[in-house]
Design a protein around this ligand. Structure first.
Ligand SMILES: Cc1ncc(C[n+]2csc(CCOP(=O)(O)OP(=O)(O)O)c2C)c(N)n1
Length: 307
């Protein structure tokens, strides 16, 4: 779990640096600070369970098992990218790993998870579908409509809210009618729980319970993980300043998921050094693969189209 959190951290910081150098194209939203959510949640899943992620989805993809080289190539707009350069950072998909796409329209992946939940229930193989979303997305109609349907049909769907306290620059206290988003589950007769989203084990424990419930045919759950993003909303937006204070930012840095992870997972200084070395090698390999890969051909634009 520690290695995967570190892998996500380094992948995203590297992708951000490459974005500054214009070697990564399009938009980029990093989830640095939220690694315990991705890893705690996905480590409770099997490869054939489904995840549907958001515009801030690199962490979920890596935690679900997506390989770094093809992911980096996708961000760099190369033909060898996971989606042949048609997705980029915000639309990564890797169905071979049960990753049914990063979706940039806020809230859009919740009804899709419900749809996959219907298929899973029909096939009856005990698979679950997980929708990751932010605090802002919990105010979307899609959240309420799809949770109601999942509840009445007892679909194996898990709603995983990463409450990082801001939707772009709008604070959750301003935009959201409840203190704990998990309490909204009560309105649909669904279990809801709030956990420390900086603690990978706390997240994993809540997720393991929700997965077991879904596999038993008892329907959906809502998990709210309270977390924080250490960088700005997107691209190179400021870390703090116009909409959040430096003091608040510093306070959350004390519970950096990697620091908490070292403690709760019992990582020694020697372990840490080994993990850092291994991850740096993986990142170097991913960059080299992306750099060496060809650009897509113009005629490739007509492939992968469905009507
Ligand atoms: C339906 C829709 N409205 C607005 C946007 C523009 N937008 C992109 S990300 C974002 C904020 C989302 O906040 P939240 O759901 O809390 O996720 P976070 O960015 O904090 O991970 C907005 C408003 C969008 N992509 N889709």
């Amino acid at each position: 779990m520690y290695r995967t959190m570190l892998r996500i951290r380094r992948f995203e910081e590297t992708a951000q640096a490459l974005f500054i150098e214009k070697r990564v194209a399009g938009g980029i939203h990093v989830s640095v600070g939220q690694e315990a959510c991705s890893v705690g949640a996905c480590s409770a899943l099997n490869i054939d369970d489904a995840v549907l992620t958001t515009h801030r989805g690199h962490g979920h993809s890596i935690a679900k098992g997506t390989r770094l080289p093809e992911m980096m190539a996708e961000l760099m707009g190369k033909a060898t990218g996971l989606c042949h350069a048609k997705g980029g950072s915000m639309h990564i998909a890797d169905v071979s790993k049960g990753h049914y796409g990063a979706h940039s329209i806020v809230g859009s992946n919740m009804p899709m998870a419900a749809g996959i939940g219907i298929a899973f229930q029909f096939e009856n193989k005990g698979q679950v579908a997980v929708s990751f979303f932010g605090d802002g997305a919990s105010n979307q109609g899609a959240f309420h409509e799809s949770m109601n349907l999942c509840a009445i049909w007892k679909l194996p769907v898990i709603y995983f809210c990463e409450n990082n306290h801001y939707a772009s620059t709008t604070q959750v206290d301003y935009s959201t009618s409840v203190e704990d988003i998990s309490t909204r589950a009560q309105g649909y007769g669904v279990p809801g729980v709030t956990v420390d989203g900086m603690d990978v084990l706390a997240v994993n424990e809540a997720m393991t319970e929700a997965v077991a419930r879904a596999r038993r045919g008892e329907g959906p759950s809502l998990i709210e993980a309270k977390t924080y993003r250490f960088y700005g909303h997107s691209r190179l937006a400021e870390k703090f300043g116009s909409y959040r204070s430096e003091a608040e930012w510093n306070k959350w840095r004390e519970s950096d998921p990697l620091i908490v992870g070292e403690r709760v997972l019992g990582i020694t200084a020697e372990d840490k050094e080994g993990h850092i070395k291994a991850v740096e090698a993986e990142i170097a390999e991913a960059i080299a693969f992306g750099e060496a890969s060809p650009e897509p051909e113009l005629e490739d634009a007509y492939e992968d189209l469905y009507a």
